[in-house]
Design a protein around this ligand. Sequence first.
Ligand SMILES: Nc1ncnc2c1ncn2[C@@H]1O[C@H](COP(=O)(O)OP(=O)(O)O)[C@@H](O)[C@H]1O
Ligand SMILES: [Mg+2]
Length: 233
Amino acid sequence: MAVLETHELTAFYGDFQALFGVTFALEEGETVAIIGANGAGKSTFLKAIAGLLPRQATAVRLDGRDIGALPAYEIVKLGVSLVPEGRRLFSSLSVEENLLVGAYGRRSQGPWNLASVYRLFPLLQERRHTSSTALSGGQQQMVAIGRSLMSNPRVLLCDELSLGLAPIVIRDIYAALADIKTRGTSVVLVEQDLVHAMSVADRAYCFMEGRVSLSGRPRELSRDAIHAAYFGL
Ligand SMILES: Nc1ncnc2c1ncn2[C@@H]1O[C@H](COP(=O)(O)OP(=O)(O)O)[C@@H](O)[C@H]1O
Ligand SMILES: [Mg+2]
């Protein structure tokens, strides 16, 4: 059974409609990529799941239960955690304090805690008393991922992890994602970087102008089909 589903999910910013009926499923243990051009609605989709935007009560389901009416903090408690675009760390806090913020309202069951996050990103342990503003972009991304993991999520929603990072750093972040997956955490991975997204995804959805324009297993999707679904050409 799907751990997370959306059914005909719509989302608005005021009068502006950003999502037009997105139907989606994430199986237990799966990594699913969401690709698409800038403005396609990828971040909006993650924010709507996470409870950061209004959505219909029955449009989002976790384990078959409607969660569309719940506020963001309840969604975290149920095991869905967002790594937001741009990392959004607390700049006045240290690495460890940022991680501990993520433990607020955590689920009691699951593999993630300070020790396992530090095993995943040993560099963060070395720098645990450092202010988050003194970190490189890649290190900040590790803190953002670690902070989300601290809630012990069943589903991790990742928004543009690789944005603005050097290739070698992206490689490390993606290696960590593989580890996260082996721990049983299901992952939704939003990326503009097709190559990286497709390399780790079990399945992918392409968004165009607020709709799913293509979906399938990466090896079943031809370059031409992806190109057409991505750019609408
Ligand atoms: N806070 C906002 N207010 C108004 N419109 C927004 C806001 N955030 C995003 N949008 C619009 O919603 C659409 C989808 O944006 P977004 O989900 O951020 O796309 P993506 O993450 O795929 O680049 C875009 O047209 C964007 O301009
Ligand atoms: Mg975005």
